[in-house]
Design a protein around this ligand. Sequence first.
Ligand code: CU
Length: 636
Amino acid sequence: MSGLATLVVLAVVAVANRPMVAAGAEALHTYQINRQSYKEKYGHWARLPVPHGFRVNAIHAALLHTGKVLIIAGSGNNKDAFEEKSFRTVLYDPAAEKFTEVPTPTDVFCAGHTFLPDGNLLVAGGTKSYEVLESEIERAAGVMKLKNESPDGPPREFAKGTAFVSAAGLVYRTRTKVTVPAARKVTHGTHTMVHAGEAEVWVDAAVKGDRAVVRKPAQYTIEGLTGPDARNLYGVADKITREKQEYGGDKTSYEFDPVRERYVRTGDLRDHRWYPTLIGLTGGDVIAVSGLDEFGRILPGRNERYLTDEKRWVAAPELKRYFPTYPSLHLMADGKVFYSGSNAGYGSDTEGRTPGIWDVGRNRFREVPGLRDPRMTETSSSVLLPPAQDQKVMIFGGGGIGDSEESTRRTDIIDLDQKSPAYRPGPDLPRPARYLSTVLLPDDTVLTTGGSSGYRGGMYRGRPRSDLFNSQIYQPSQNAFVATADSTVGRNYHAEAILLPDGRVITMGGDPLYDRTGKNAGTFEQRIEVFSPPYLFQGPRPAVTGGPAEVTRGATARFSTPDATRIASARLLKPSSVTHVTDTDQRSVALPLKRDARGVRVTVPRKAGLVPSGWYMLFLVDEKGVPSVARWVRVR
Ligand SMILES: [Cu+2]
């Protein structure tokens, strides 16, 4: 054989062998991760087969006390779906491995949610309008404040398309109909003041282009009004421009009923809210905090309260406090609310970003020091570490404000029981991460999975994609992370992970800005994975075979188990309700226990701040850290 021929043959062999080598490595990897010894140490990931008709953009997820996972898309961050009014919600039953569709009346995309004491999921706010990018805006637009100075007569209604005219004679038409109330007469001693009635509405310039742009506050007359009406009714607008229009919030509110499996309308929110956080307080009421209003402006600290018994929202001026959107709030044992500093989405880059303890009874806020990388709290996640009695909160990763490319490996931990609580350094994450999902496990550890180093899975340090496939378990007793098996699906923005009653963790969602090449628009990740932690590969699991369906705070209760002799701990895990790395529900409460021959007697803590009323998963955990399948228990 000539030298040249040999070279050619070698080249052919090399080319032919490359895929075989790759296939061989792949086969070896598949063999490795499926070995029992590997699963015992690192756990196991599996794809969940999802029938085609049930694939949705998982924006929100919650575990209902029926054991089913509520997966809410609404319009799913898809403008076409929004315009077609195609709003989706899917229920997944992990026990029966079945999906069902739930009718979704309005666009709950980017609402806030939290569980109520009876197990209903309160879902409030959502999307009234989609964002419009600057490049798509042909006509100058803005928010017109319509004023009515006449105290006489009924509210005045103006049809969609009503024309407001500037001093320069330019015309702006209303996008919707609008109703403005009459002025109010207020008497101070001998003086009577008139407070004009006000209402706001979007207006668009009648002409295209920059000619209709107004950058300064100005007054506008309403076409067609005569006599006193022309004096009493007019518009004022801060600016009418061709700037980007943010998503607008909605004010509808529902209780999702897990038994009837449907949305039940409640009273509306007082303010429209997009990206609000909902958190239950010790008395059973809920507060809604932050959000963008119907015109895409962040609410300047106007929060409100849901009266759970009356199923309606009321203004809460006594709780006025500014937070960025989707602030991460955790209910403390004493009924105060801890703001970890985590948040997602929108807000001032200076105000409302410092973590602290919010005394909602007196509306006082005490900032806490010590958080490292304080400018990287956006899209970080935080959890109340298990058990809740320790009153420790841990914050994980996070990114710079807005579409910043930066992110951090930092974790910090704060002990809220200390006299002067301060964040202290925790162990670094293996990689810088934002949008990390954090899930409390029944053995007092925390699984962290998914996320990306760059903004929405995109560019990070020169690479076009930055999804993270490494998962790890934080062990509070060691103050360290232990690596687990890698996930196989990248999950960044709009992703969730939830503990299932059988002890596995379901992960879904992911909304990358770009595709693999980093050049074209990304597509929403609709695949679902399920992680079986190492504790599921350690041999037989303890079982809970009987016990009450309801327990009372401060009381004891007996649960039967054939494995009583090896039960080491009992935990009540409050099911997750999570969106945008924000979950005010998830918590794990330790139950002191006494064993007898055929069961355990547990004591439920007395404080509602530790064990808020609601449905919980009771897990019995053996000496090796192996949990039972959960039994659902309602705490009153
Ligand atoms: Cu969002």
